[in-house]
Ligand binder design. Structure first.
Ligand SMILES: Cc1cc2nc3c(=O)[nH]c(=O)nc-3n(C[C@H](O)[C@H](O)[C@H](O)COP(=O)(O)O)c2cc1C
Length: 363
């Protein structure tokens, strides 16, 4: 029987278990000066603690491939060579604590340029260290300014920025790179007809809406070594079609399944299955609200899939893996509450917690 502590091999990478740290913005990067976008001492402590706490893989939070692709001025970024050194230290620290270092590359699109959430998260203008935002069309996310519609040349520049950021992530010795195509950020906003109303080759039909995300996957795959995996985070649904009274047209699970198949043909090794974020829409309350769509993708595509969302119980986590709902599970808020959640889950499930020489002899 497969358990959360059964190792997983993707390409030539061995991951010691299947409970992983989900990417979570910490809004703790330098926001001004020469080290803008670089990890700080906070990041080093945050990620190393979760690695020591037993995570098989630690995914660094959304990292901007360009300065104007950050969610906030306090986000991490890999748009410049000067940023690579601090990421190298971060990846080394995660590796030393026993986890696979992974990094999520992102462009926030029409949801960029906002303040820290605990300061209200409001859109920032250029006098507040913010910047003009861009998107597939001029349709604004509610409460945000209207984005400028990206030209075809600008789209190509962003594809190139993803490849350059992936190259820097490789130089920093990350083992996995994840393309962020979820939560209403730039790539998801192209996928979804709710935010993409373009009439050129990048809008309209399904094949046109997936064109830019697939170009990003191709560009990242082209620089990422053959022996290392590329992950893709998707929102499986905009939660629009699920509501018959909603007249909008959103991105659907069926489209996600087809997109996942094509993404795999373009070199994606694992689909990280999240949901929502393009447009405000009610999200179901059940605990399996996201894991059930992950299970559908896994069944219908036979691709490796990671589930995420409200997985806060070790026994349920073990059932999700044993029953084949997912190959791996990302944990978010449980790891904010308790850095050693995964080691504790190992104890609960009769598996071996991560061996940390600095602690083990004393316990
Ligand atoms: C503070 C916070 C920051 C987040 N930042 C990101 C992010 O950078 N990238 C991303 O894909 N998801 C992000 N998420 C979503 C989480 O990765 C995760 O999918 C979500 O919290 C659901 O999992 P959970 O119920 O285990 O927390 C964030 C969530 C939280 C709570």
């Amino acid at each position: 029987m497969t358990t959360p502590f059964t190792p997983l091999r993707l390409r030539d990478l061995d991951i010691s278990n299947r409970l992983w740290m989900s990417p979570m913005c910490t809004y703790s990067a330098n926001a001004t000066g020469p080290a803008t976008g670089s990890p700080t001492d906070f990041h080093l402590a945050q990620y190393t603690a979760r690695a020591a706490g037993g995570a098989g893989l630690v995914m660094i939070e959304a990292t901007g491939v360009r300065a104007d692709g950050r969610i906030s001025p306090y986000d991490l970024g890999l748009w410049d060579d000067t940023q690579t050194a601090a990421f190298t230290r971060l990846a080394a620290s995660i590796t030393a604590a026993g986890a696979v270092p992974a990094i999520q590359l992102a462009h926030a699109g029409r949801k960029a340029s906002v303040d820290k959430p605990w300061l209200g998260g409001s859109p920032l203008d250029e006098t507040q260290n913010g910047w003009p935002i861009v998107g597939p069309s001029e349709t604004a996310f509610p409460g945000y300014p209207a984005p400028a519609e990206l030209s075809v040349t600008e789209i190509a520049d962003i594809v190139d920025a993803f490849a350059q950021a992936a190259t820097r992530a490789l130089q920093a010795r990350f083992q996995v790179v994840e393309v962020h195509a979820a939560h209403g950020y730039l790539l998801h906003s192209f996928l979804s007809p709710a935010s993409n109303t373009r009439t050129d080759n990048f809008g309209g039909s399904f094949n046109n809406r997936i064109r830019f995300p697939l170009e990003v996957i191709d560009a990242v795959r082209a620089v990422w070594p053959e022996d290392r995996p590329v992950f893709l985070r998707v929102s499986t649904t905009d939660w629009i079609q699920e509501n018959p009274a909603d007249e909008r047209t959103g991105w659907t699970v069926e489209e996600t399944i087809e997109f996942s198949r094509l993404a795999a043909e373009h070199g994606v090794d694992l689909v990280d299955s999240s949901s929502g974020g393009t447009e405000p829409a009610p999200i179901p309350r059940e605990r399996d609200y996201q894991t059930r769509n992950a299970a559908r993708i896994r069944t219908e595509t036979a691709l490796p899939v990671a589930a995420v969302g409200r997985i806060n119980d070790a026994v349920w986590a073990a059932e999700l893996i044993a029953d084949g709902h997912a190959d791996a599970l990302f944990l978010g808020r449980p790891l904010l509450r308790d850095a050693s959640w995964i080691n504790n889950a190992a104890t609960t499930l009769g598996a071996q917690p991560r061996y940390i020489e600095q602690y083990d002899y004393a316990l």
